[in-house]
Design a protein around this ligand. Structure first.
Ligand SMILES: *Cc1c(COP(=O)(O)O)cnc(C)c1O
Length: 356
């Protein structure tokens, strides 16, 4: 027999999530924080890690880490926290919990690709509502889709990836209310909160159908794989049943607890990245043929005349960015540039000044 005799057809039809090899490149394709862990904290971090009992299972509900996150991120006492091995795992937990036969996961397009992929993994119908050409959310189209599809869940990234913008708050609130009337949950994905400082954290309590995701991936701890879901107890206690035991390993718990005790040092790096975002955007706007879209995240989406030629020209200069052009009509001839260190950004600017 062959695997495809029994593998689900929609899984056979998928292509695996592709990660571009990056050894030897200036890596500006994946929204990582370009800085090392703060030098003055590295010894103390190692000391903390050396105390982790690798022979034991980790704390099952990551009690210490929860307290540290609650303090660092000012999570209101009435809200619970659930951890995932990256926010990707949380998206998967939510999708598994809501995957009744015929259930729909709705999002905007273009959006974070994992929303659609995980819908497919879990057997949910996926519906994507196109953004407007300026990447603002199309509220009327969303309300129509909600009435038509009655989605079990809507995922909205705030700011959005790969476009970088924050959708209008009022638009999101109308979507939340419409979704509630149709018995649907809204997940606000705040992966880029450290660069936007805009949040729905203090709106969660106003609605019965809102939960919020954050991650430490964009904050300097992408390698640790830690995402979190923040929301009312009644939702999180159901999702927690699907979380595999010990899903957050002991080294991640120790490292992230330590990092949260020094949250200000991570936020200082985020502030540097935000300042570099402003500088890079200003420089790129002076280059003929480049349009820079507004960003509240740690990356810039730009439009060029021929994205695949510019992508190759950057590659030949050992700069790796993301070319999402083929993934959606609204992204034609765009490139997504992660904000790097000032040296890396200077290399990007001079490469983009060269004719292709
Ligand atoms: C990068 C990103 C994440 C992060 O996922 P992790 O699994 O926590 O690394 C989540 N959502 C969006 C929209 C992102 O861009």
């Amino acid at each position: 027999m062959k695997p495809n005799d029994i593998i689900r057809a929609e899984i056979s039809a998928l292509s695996a999530y592709h990660v571009q090899p990056s050894a030897g490149f200036i890596k500006l394709d994946a929204m990582e924080n370009p800085y090392d862990f703060p030098a003055h904290l590295q010894d103390a971090l190692l000391a903390r890690l050396s105390k982790a009992s690798l022979n034991r299972y980790p704390s099952a509900d990551a009690t210490e880490l929860k307290t540290a996150i609650r303090d660092a991120m000012n999570i209101p006492a009435e809200l619970d926290i659930l951890f995932g091995n990256g926010s990707d795992e949380i998206i998967q937990i939510i999708a598994m919990a809501l995957a009744k036969p015929g259930a729909t996961l709705l999002s905007v397009e273009p959006a974070f690709v994992m929303f659609k992929m995980i819908a497919t993994f879990c057997g949910l119908k996926y519906v994507g509502v196109p953004l407007k050409p300026d990447f603002e959310i199309d509220v009327e189209a969303m309300l129509a889709a909600i009435a038509r599809e009655k989605p079990a869940v809507i995922f909205i990234a705030y700011p959005n990836n790969p476009t970088g913008n924050l959708f209008a708050r009022g638009a999101i609130k109308r979507i939340i209310t419409a979704c509630e009337k149709n018995n649907g949950l809204v997940v606000i994905d705040e992966a880029y909160f450290a660069f936007s400082h805009e949040s729905f954290l203090h709106d969660i309590a106003k609605y019965p159908n809102v939960v919020l995701m954050r991650t430490v991936s964009k904050l300097g701890l992408a390698g640790a794989r830690l995402g979190m879901l923040i929301g009312p107890r009644n939702w999180l206690q159901e999702f927690d049943k699907l979380r595999l035991p010990y899903n957050i390993n002991i080294l991640t718990q120790a490292a992230a607890t330590f990092a949260m005790e020094h949250y200000d040092a991570l936020l200082d790096q985020a502030t540097l990245i935000t300042a570099e975002r402003t500088r890079l955007a200003l420089s790129l706007r002076t280059i003929p043929g480049i349009k820079v879209f507004p960003s509240q995240a740690n990356f810039l989406l730009i439009r060029v005349t021929d994205a695949s030629r510019v992508f190759s020209a950057l590659l030949s200069r050992k700069i790796l960015v993301k070319n999402p052009s083929a993934s959606h009509a609204l992204l034609a001839n765009t490139l997504r540039l992660t904000i790097g260190t000032s040296t890396e950004n200077d290399a990007m600017i001079s490469a983009l000044c060269e004719p292709v």
